[in-house]
Design a protein around this ligand. Structure first.
Ligand code: MG
Length: 482
């Protein structure tokens, strides 16, 4: 009897020990996971500030993104580094203004299929920084930072790549307009490649199913990575023209083909969120949704809307560079509307801060760690936004004030507007202003009421900010002109 009691006691101690060990391992795994959150960045192409339901679009339905904004954060003053694709993407992935990496030009706005340059190896992308800290990484979708080695995603810290390496309207091989091609689903007119890592696997890429296939790849990667920290960069090719959508979304939106495209992107966001929940990793995953630049107005109903903002893609008014941004991170984010300034360049320092990844001290970063704003336990550090077009600063925002020194409303400048009538010519060229324009963006987000005459001291301060900034720029080889 005595010996039986000892056996029971021994068994209890043994199992308790095993259970304790198991708990310790579980909590260690959990704390390891928590100390290294996953990051998913979903980057639309040419989506306007006014194109989501939660940002006020009256006829485009985006229930998934609306829900994320409700449960997470809607950012109303979130910017990109440039109003066009290539430099905007360089800014996001490096945390630095594209002028510092040679990824912007006044001669060639973006990289083209005949370009020989790309994001230099001297730059450290989010993927490369996180990978050194044990992250799994995947790039899906539009790259546009160089389609040849050593500029491909797999040369820049991504374990894998699946996507079209540049814009979906490039390599056009049929002479007809984008509208009829999209309406007739003539994807064959654009000889764009679809790549898997560094190999072309389909050409021309069937763009009708591209959004769906990118979503499937993201779902696959989440399942594959679920037990390790990961960073997924999903950059959709759409709604950049020409527009395509899969069979299920054809003629389903009140907003026509453009609406169909956005609603399919919204569906794909839903697929990603559902997968994160299914895999039990939603609470450990920060999801950021935004766009690379404003809508392409000149394509009329095939381009999006800047909502109440003025200007569009290619320009330095708010509509060109302020993006509809949503962040989601259950149990970690402070839900609400964030009106402080943020930019895509803040993502690199933020992700590094949240994951305990060290940043090299040998370079200037233009981003700030915005995790206090995400978690709701502090203020943002950003006070200034530079509005670059190519290699020049056209405008500066400091606090609520924005001064324009050179103006370009959008690509083509074809939209008649009071600002053009009052201050600009309607040529497709930037206007260097004799007298800068000044707006208070808090009171006047649409940049309608110029208050420069009343505030010469603010203009003077802006000029000092500009001079100081210019002094921080070191000449580097231009990658877009190679
Ligand atoms: Mg774009």
């Amino acid at each position: 009897m005595k010996s039986f009691r000892y056996h029971v006691l021994f068994a209890l101690i043994f199992f308790n020990g095993i259970y304790g060990l198991h708990s310790a391992i579980s909590s260690e795994i959990k704390s390891e996971q928590n100390s290294k959150p996953n990051f998913v960045v979903i980057f639309a192409d040419d989506l306007g500030y006014g194109d989501l339901g939660v940002f006020g679009h009256p006829t485009i339905r985006t229930p998934h993104l609306d829900k994320l904004a409700h449960e997470g954060q809607k950012w109303t003053n979130f910017y990109v580094a440039a109003p066009v694709c290539t430099p905007s993407r360089a800014g996001l992935l490096t945390g630095r203004l594209p002028i510092r990496s040679g990824m912007c030009s006044d001669k060639r706005r973006v990289l083209f299929p005949d370009s020989n340059g790309g994001l230099p190896q001297s730059e450290i992308t989010i993927a490369r920084a996180l990978k050194e800290n044990g992250y799994k990484t995947a790039a899906i979708g539009k790259w546009h930072l160089g389609h040849k080695s050593p500029y491909l995603p797999t040369d820049h810290g991504f374990d894998s790549y699946f996507g079209i390496p540049y814009s979906n309207d490039m390599s056009k091989i049929e002479k007809t307009d984008h509208y009829s091609l999209a309406e007739n689903e003539r994807f064959l007119a654009y000889n764009v490649p679809l790549m898997r890592d560094d190999q072309i696997i389909e050409q021309p890429a069937d763009q009708r199913t591209i959004t769906k296939r990118y979503a499937e790849e993201a779902v696959k990667k989440i399942k594959e990575f679920k037990d390790e920290p990961f960073f997924i960069y999903l950059a959709h090719n759409l709604p950049h023209i020409p527009l395509f959508r899969s069979e299920e979304f054809k003629n389903t939106s009140l907003a026509g083909i453009y609406g169909d495209v956005i609603e399919e992107i919204d569906w794909s966001v839903g697929q990603i969120i559902e997968t994160l929940k299914e895999q039990g990793i939603a609470e450990n995953t920060l999801v950021v949704f935004t766009s690379d630049n404003g809508p392409w107005h000149i394509f009329k109903t095939h381009g999006g809307s800047s909502g109440l903002l003025q200007g569009a893609k290619g320009g330095t008014f708010e509509g060109g560079m302020r993006e509809p941004t949503v962040m989601w991170w259950p149990e970690n984010i402070k839900p609400g509307v964030v009106m402080e300034m943020g930019t895509t360049m803040d993502l690199l320092p933020t992700f590094c801060g949240l994951s305990g990844t060290e940043l090299p001290a040998d370079r200037i970063y233009d981003g700030y760690d915005i995790s206090p704003l995400i978690k709701g336990n502090g203020n943002g550090e950003r006070d200034v936004v530079f509005y670059y077009r190519g290699e020049r600063v056209y405008a500066i925002r400091k606090g609520n004030y924005k001064a324009h020194f050179i103006t370009q409303l959008e690509y083509g400048n074809r939209t008649a507007h009071h600002i053009i009538e009052e201050h600009l010519n309607i040529e497709n060229s930037p206007t260097v202003l004799e007298k800068p324009l000044l707006y208070n963006l808090a009171e006047d987000p649409a940049e309608k009421w110029n208050i420069a005459e009343e505030h010469p001291e603010i203009i003077a301060e802006m000029k000092e900010v500009l001079a100081e900034h210019k002094a921080s720029i070191k000449p580097v080889e231009n990658q877009l002109e190679k």
